[in-house]
Design a protein around this ligand. Sequence first.
Ligand SMILES: C[S@@+](CC[C@H](N)C(=O)[O-])C[C@H]1O[C@@H](n2cnc3c(N)ncnc32)[C@H](O)[C@@H]1O
Length: 280
Amino acid sequence: MDIEKEKIEKLWNKEAYYQLIENAQGKGEESKFFINIIADIINKHNPTSILDVGCGEGGVISDLAQRTSGTRNFSGVDVAAIGIKRSKKKGVTNATFELYDGLTIPFSDGKFELAFSTFVFEHLTKPERVFAEMGRVTKQGGYILIACPNYGSPFFRSPCNKENKTVLLLKRLVKSFMPKFFFTESFCWEKVTPIILDKEDHIIDYDTTIEPNLVFFMKHIKTNPIYEIVEANSFWGNFTYGGVSRAKKIFLETMSFLGKHNFPFIKYYGPFFFILLKKV
Ligand SMILES: C[S@@+](CC[C@H](N)C(=O)[O-])C[C@H]1O[C@@H](n2cnc3c(N)ncnc32)[C@H](O)[C@@H]1O
């Protein structure tokens, strides 16, 4: 195992990390926002078998089990033993939780009608592999949902990315217009070096390993005939921009205005990466 991966796995298994996401799950408006969206999708499409990839300590499944009606079976997988242990302790009667190696989801092909993942993809070392696995375990006609920060957007970046903001913005805008054939092999997301691997004090998203980019991902999906995009959204304007300079706030509000009015590209360059796919 390479050193970086080993360090990341150690990070997921620290008590302090789960303390942090537990607090974020209980109060974080972003987390609640996406749980509500997933609950609506479940109530609309009515999947009976549901998988949460990177379930953490089972908070999302536990909330969804309470907020959705009907008979459903939830399964959660994660690379963190401590997360799985805590998930099991939550006592959700229609859910099972399993530790896995982060690469091969321990279920047979086509087992699930919905496979979702929230706030995990920005932490992956092999996102293409995890996505392929989500596709494999999803039934034909079933759905895949991914939500995470859109850190690969020209207008955002993870706290681990210290590149000059203007250079980053220009580089990413140019990349957005590059022809499709550049994007067939991978998602074309940029890797970053997590900055808290060795520390005990965890700060959300200082553990980012890769910067998801919704536009590149959509280009990738459009080359893949087994998936249909049901919905893609970057949620411009749903959140306020705290802790940024006045100039940046005005800039983001302008982009938000354009994004909300479906301005090409900018529409998908908001703060979040949200995609719902159907396996056809
Ligand atoms: C920020 S937490 C998100 C937890 C939960 N999904 C939520 O929305 O609250 C990131 C989770 O991703 C998990 N993770 C990291 N690498 C993973 C992989 N390859 N496959 C599945 N989960 C992974 C971590 O163990 C951690 O529980």
